[in-house]
Design a protein around this ligand. Structure first.
Ligand code: ZN
Length: 442
């Protein structure tokens, strides 16, 4: 990142631990809220994020046409339960907001067990977990409960109540812009539409919010635009309102599932070789930890919209264990015990490492290309006795000088030489100071 020493991590171990603990506290605060595509839980979530990051809350009225989609009515729920014949609440929304299918229509009636069962979802393979279900675009109602509870239900009449409202209102999303030295921007996006689910939803939100806070205090070569939006419809709303400015998106990351202990997974943009893709691969490869890369597919989080053919933005997706790849996914077991502060902290650092490469990538021109310039007389070669760091520094000078012909960027040089990007970038800065290199004009 411009102005910082690229060889040193920007935060010490203690700082990373603090950041992890702080993100975890934010998640604890956000976890109980009943988020959905719209509604009071979503608005409250954005108000908390506004307090944490200073974002602006944008509103889109129900019924607004966005490309091929329509913003749905606003859904608000106050209470819901199922009572058995003796009047005991056997399912209670107050115990878990996962008990009600998201966007359930209001209902209040008595019905038999046979009539009730088609409106119940369980997970027989995990009998103690509550599944997470939604029905955004088809009006219906349902409850979700543990399979164990379902098996306990006796024949008889049940009273069901979903005290919810589906009415014209607003869909909200949060947007935060940080300006940079240049007009180009880096897009960071996460979804905010899941209720009490920790890894799928809140981990991405917390890492994005902490990134925003840290970057707001750092020198920035590029601008940053953070989006905290309900899945699909929220990113589509932002795209439709910003169509004229999308050319300035230089790189982008969708953040999700970053709180579990699994290996990192980077899903490439549709382009496959965008700067984001190369920077992510390089940043992950420069750690000793194993990681996976996935080719683009038109499924998953909001990269589906950013990478639709009419936009084709250079936006990839960073996860640890991908959605659907852990049994707790979309169940009550994706809770506060499933994620850990240290995993959040590590995810934050990996995002920062990717962004440091995006920030640092430049194409330089060797101003003394006929033969090697004499580095020794400039104090750049052989003056520090033989340590591994000195050797890496010298090799970085030689590689940067050799490949800086205007056709290779610093990332090309790191990839080809196998040297850390930070070493290559640092060497380029030093050679620039000595008048041996200059940046190629854009
Ligand atoms: Zn999800």
């Amino acid at each position: 990142m411009a102005g910082s020493s690229a060889r040193q991590p920007e935060r010490g171990v203690a700082g990373a631990e603090d950041a992890g603990a702080e993100m975890y506290r934010w998640i604890e605060e956000l976890y109980p809220l009943c988020r959905s595509l719209t509604g009071a839980g979503q608005r409250r979530t954005l108000e908390i994020l506004r307090r944490l990051t200073g974002l602006a809350i944008q509103e889109v009225p129900s019924g607004t046409q966005i490309f091929d989609w329509t913003v749905p009515r606003e859904w608000n729920i106050r209470d819901a339960y199922i009572k058995d014949a003796r009047g005991r609440k056997i399912v209670d929304f107050a115990d878990s907001n996962l008990h009600v299918m998201g966007y359930s229509a209001p209902v209040s009636r008595r019905l038999s067990l046979a009539e009730l069962k088609p409106h119940l979802f369980t997970l027989p393979e995990h009998p103690d977990w509550i599944p997470y279900r939604t029905s955004y675009y088809r009006e219906d109602w349902a409850f979700c409960l543990s399979h164990r509870r379902l098996l306990e239900l006796e024949e008889g009449d049940y009273e069901v109540c979903i005290d919810a409202a589906l009415a014209d209102g607003k869909m909200c999303y949060g947007e935060l812009a940080l300006s940079g030295e240049r007009a180009e921007e880096i897009l960071i996006s996460c979804h905010i539409c899941h209720p009490s689910l920790a890894n799928d939803n809140l981990s991405g939100i917390a890492v994005a919010a902490m990134l925003a806070r840290q970057l707001s205090r750092s020198p920035r070569r590029f601008g940053y635009r953070f989006l905290f939006a309900p899945g699909q419809i929220g990113s589509l709303a932002w795209l439709s309102r910003n169509e004229d400015c999308l050319a300035r998106v230089r790189a982008g990351l969708v953040l999700a599932c970053l709180g579990d202990g699994g290996a990192f997974t980077y899903k490439k943009s549709r382009r496959g070789d965008a700067l984001t893709d190369r920077a992510a691969r390089r940043a992950l490869a420069e750690t000793a930890a194993p990681f996976h890369t996935l080719e683009f597919s038109p499924f998953g989080y909001d990269e589906r919209q950013f990478c639709s053919p009419g936009f084709n933005l250079p936006v990839g997706c960073l996860m640890r264990t991908p959605h659907g790849g852990f049994p707790e996914y979309h169940t009550s077991a994706d809770n506060l015990d499933f994620i850990r502060p240290e995993y959040l902290a590590e995810s934050l650092e990996r995002c920062r490492a990717i962004l440091r490469i995006v920030e640092g990538e430049r194409t330089m021109i060797n101003l003394n290309p006929k033969g090697e310039p004499q580095l020794g007389k400039r104090g750049l070669y052989g003056s520090v006795g033989g340590g591994a760091g000195g050797r890496e520094r010298e090799m970085s000078f030689l590689w940067v000088l050799n490949l800086s012909d205007g056709a290779h960027g610093l990332l090309d040089i790191a990839e080809r030489s196998g040297l850390p990007f930070a070493a290559v970038e640092s060497a380029a800065r030093e050679l620039e100071r000595h008048g041996l290199l200059q940046e190629r004009a854009c």
